[in-house]
Design a protein around this ligand. Structure first.
Ligand SMILES: [Cu+2]
Length: 229
């Protein structure tokens, strides 16, 4: 039963990766169960059950936060050093998520969502930076990230970062995304339209349509009706 549930969620993820317009939330089906603290230290076969459960979550939870960006130097898919603090200080909107390239459950859905968002934004995509930080930096070398970027047709504004494990953990903690182990990662997307603004934290599966809408409503000057598309 569990493996059947997982199979469905997995298949849906693959369908989304294939580039169809399936909203990430459509992955959710069946019972609506949430993760409990008792899943923090699972191992072995439980991983699939855990993932199946995460994949069944519907929609996303939206909150706003101000995070202190740690001063760490990471490495992008081209092997260039990137100061996270400096790059996030640039006056451009940014979408940020955490992924690892060998993930077959949550991350492909998040990455497909970014890929789709990129396409949905069209010409505007070059102004919206996307940053995907690997939570498996020991395996995800720049070359692995480059392959992954190609798999998702990442455009020039979408950057993939890896680095020293300690630095990645520092970043995860700064964004309240550290769950102790990459197998326990949560589906999470962050959006910030300008450096002095808050981070919109979307926990769960935000579809490309939802990301674009969120981006447009954040960008709209006060008084203007947001999400007019
Ligand atoms: Cu994942």
């Amino acid at each position: 039963m569990l493996s059947r549930g997982f199979g469905l969620a997995y298949r849906m993820a693959v369908v989304t990766v294939a580039g169809s317009l399936v909203a990430a939330t459509s992955v959710a089906s069946g019972e609506d169960r949430t993760m409990g603290g008792d899943h923090m230290h699972h191992q072995g076969g439980d991983e699939h059950a855990h993932h199946a459960q995460v994949m069944k979550q519907q929609g996303y939870t939206r909150t706003e936060h101000r995070y202190q960006v740690p001063d760490v130097i990471l490495t992008n898919q081209d092997g260039q050093a990137v100061s996270l603090r400096e790059t996030l200080a640039e006056p451009k909107p940014v979408l940020l998520n955490f992924i690892f390239t060998t993930c077959t459950t949550i991350c492909p859905v998040l990455s497909a969502s970014f890929a789709q968002t990129q396409r949905a934004l069209g010409d505007e995509a070059k102004d919206v930076r996307m940053i995907s930080i690997s939570i498996d930096p020991q395996h995800d070398t720049p070359a692995k990230l480059r392959e992954y970027a190609q798999r998702f047709h990442a455009g020039p504004a979408w950057q993939f970062l890896t680095g020293d494990l300690n630095d990645v953990v520092t970043v995860l903690k700064a964004f309240d995304a550290y769950r102790g182990d990459k197998m326990n990662h949560i589906p999470l997307t962050m959006l910030r339209v300008q450096p002095d603004g808050p981070w919109v934290r979307m926990e769960g599966f935000a579809s490309a349509g939802e990301l674009v809408e969120e981006y447009r409503s954040q960008r709209a000057p006060a008084g203007e009706a947001p999400g007019s598309s």
